[in-house]
Write a protein that binds this ligand. Structure first.
Ligand SMILES: [Zn+2]
Length: 360
C-alpha cells in the first residue's frame, strides 16, 4: 500500500507526486477511484509520440491501487521538489500569510545573463494572455491554452535567457533551412560562441544540418530527438529487428560529412536522436516499469538518451515558474508584469526582457 502525496496547483487542482514523478488528475472512475496521468503526457506536445509518456496511476482514498504503462523518462526528484515549493506557496498565498519577494527584477538577471549556464534547451512556452492581440495562439498541451506563444531558450535550472514571440503563420519569412532551424539560430544569437555550450531541442527543430552548423559556425554542441525522415537516408536497424532484440536495444550511425551521430533506441517505443557530441557510449541502466511482470526492470540506456532526458526540462521548469508568478497576478500583486508594450521598432517588453519582434 502506497500513500501518495497530493500537491496543490495554482488553480486549486490536485496533483500527485509519487516516486519522483508528477501526475495530473485525469478522470473519476467508478467507486471513488480517480485516475491520474503523468504530467509529461501533456508537456511534450507536437513530438509525435516520441518520449511522450503514457504512464497512469489509479488512486482510491489517497492510496495507490494501480499502475498503467511505463514512464518513458526517468524520475525527476528535483522537479518534484520544485513543484512542492510551488504547492506550498499556493496554499500559503491564499491566506496571504507570507511575504513574497519580488521574483523578477532586472539587476540579478543581468548578472545571470552574463554568465549563462552551460546546458540549455529550446522549446515553446505560452504566456497566458487573454487580451485582444493579433497573434494569440492556442496550444492544447500547455497548462494555459490561450496566450502568446513564444520560443524560449532556457537553462537546465529554468532560467529563461531569450525568447522570441511567435507572431503567427506567414509573419516571418522562413529560410530554406526551415522554421525550426531559423528559430534556433535566432535564439542562439546572444549565446557566446566556441565556449562549449550544449543545446537541446526536440524533433520540431532537429536536423542534421542544424546540428552541424551549430558546431562549425557557432561552436555550440547540440542534441535532440529527430524525425526518421530527417536523417538524410542513414539506414539503421529495422523496427521489427530492434523490437525482437527487446527493450534497450540500440543502433547508431556516424555521418562522416557532417560529423553528426544518429542513434535509434528501443524502449517502449522507438526513438531517434542526433547529436554533435554524444552517441551510444557509455551505456548506463535506467529503471523502467514493466507492465507484464509488474516490476521495475533495468533497461540499457545510451548516453544520448540520458543527456537528452536530463537536459530538456528547462523550459518545463520555466513553465512552472510562470505559473507561480501567475498566482501573484491573481492576488493582484504584480510581481511579474506580463505586459506587452508596443514600442518603436516593434519592441515588446516582457517582465524585464526586451524582445525584438521579428518582422511583422
Ligand atoms: Zn511519465
Amino acid at each position: 500500500m502506497f500513500q501518495v502525496e497530493f500537491l496543490e496547483s495554482e488553480r486549486g487542482h490536485r496533483k500527485v507526486a509519487l516516486d519522483g514523478f508528477i501526475y495530473v488528475k485525469q478522470k473519476e472512475l467508478l467507486g471513488g477511484v480517480v485516475s491520474y496521468e503523468c504530467d509529461r503526457r501533456r508537456k511534450r506536445k507536437n513530438v509525435e509520440s516520441e518520449l511522450q509518456c503514457r504512464a497512469k496511476i489509479k488512486i482510491l482514498n489517497n492510496i495507490l491501487i494501480g499502475r498503467l504503462h511505463d514512464h518513458t523518462h526517468p524520475p525527476d526528484p528535483a522537479r518534484v521538489e520544485a513543484r512542492r515549493r510551488v504547492s506550498f506557496l499556493n496554499s500559503s498565498l491564499s491566506s496571504e500569510a507570507i511575504e513574497m519577494p519580488e521574483v523578477i527584477t532586472t539587476e540579478p538577471q543581468v548578472d545571470i545573463m552574463r554568465n549563462p549556464e552551460e546546458i540549455q534547451s529550446i522549446d515553446e512556452q505560452m504566456i497566458p494572455f487573454k487580451g485582444r492581440i493579433g497573434f494569440r495562439q492556442y496550444l492544447k498541451d500547455k497548462p494555459h491554452s490561450w496566450g502568446v506563444k513564444v520560443f524560449t531558450r532556457a537553462s537546465i535550472s529554468g532560467i529563461v535567457y531569450d525568447i522570441e514571440i511567435y507572431t503567427g503563420k506567414g509573419a516571418v519569412e522562413i529560410s530554406e533551412l526551415g522554421q525550426g532551424t531559423d528559430v534556433v539560430l535566432r535564439l542562439v544569437e546572444n549565446l557566446p560562441r566556441f565556449m562549449n555550450f550544449k543545446l537541446f531541442f526536440d524533433n520540431f527543430y532537429t536536423g542534421i544540418d542544424l546540428i552541424h552548423k551549430l558546431r562549425v559556425e557557432y561552436g555550440i554542441e547540440s542534441c535532440g530527438t529527430i524525425r526518421s525522415n530527417r536523417m538524410r537516408g542513414a539506414v539503421l536497424d529495422t523496427d521489427a529487428n530492434m523490437k525482437k532484440k527487446g527493450r534497450g536495444s540500440v543502433d547508431f550511425r556516424f555521418e562522416r560529412h557532417s560529423e553528426v551521430s544518429v542513434v535509434k533506441w528501443y524502449d517502449n517505443k522507438l526513438v531517434h536522436l542526433a547529436s554533435s557530441y554524444c552517441a551510444v557510449t557509455p551505456i548506463d541502466k535506467c529503471q523502467r516499469w514493466d507492465g507484464t511482470t509488474r516490476k521495475y526492470v533495468e533497461v540499457d540506456r545510451p548516453r544520448i538518451v540520458r543527456d537528452y532526458n536530463k537536459s530538456m526540462g528547462g523550459v518545463d521548469l520555466a513553465d512552472m515558474f510562470l505559473e507561480l508568478y501567475r498566482t501573484d497576478i491573481r492576488s493582484k500583486k504584480w510581481y511579474m508584469r506580463i505586459e506587452l508594450t508596443y514600442q518603436r521598432h516593434h519592441i515588446y517588453s516582457l517582465g524585464g526582457f526586451e524582445v525584438p519582434l521579428i518582422n511583422n
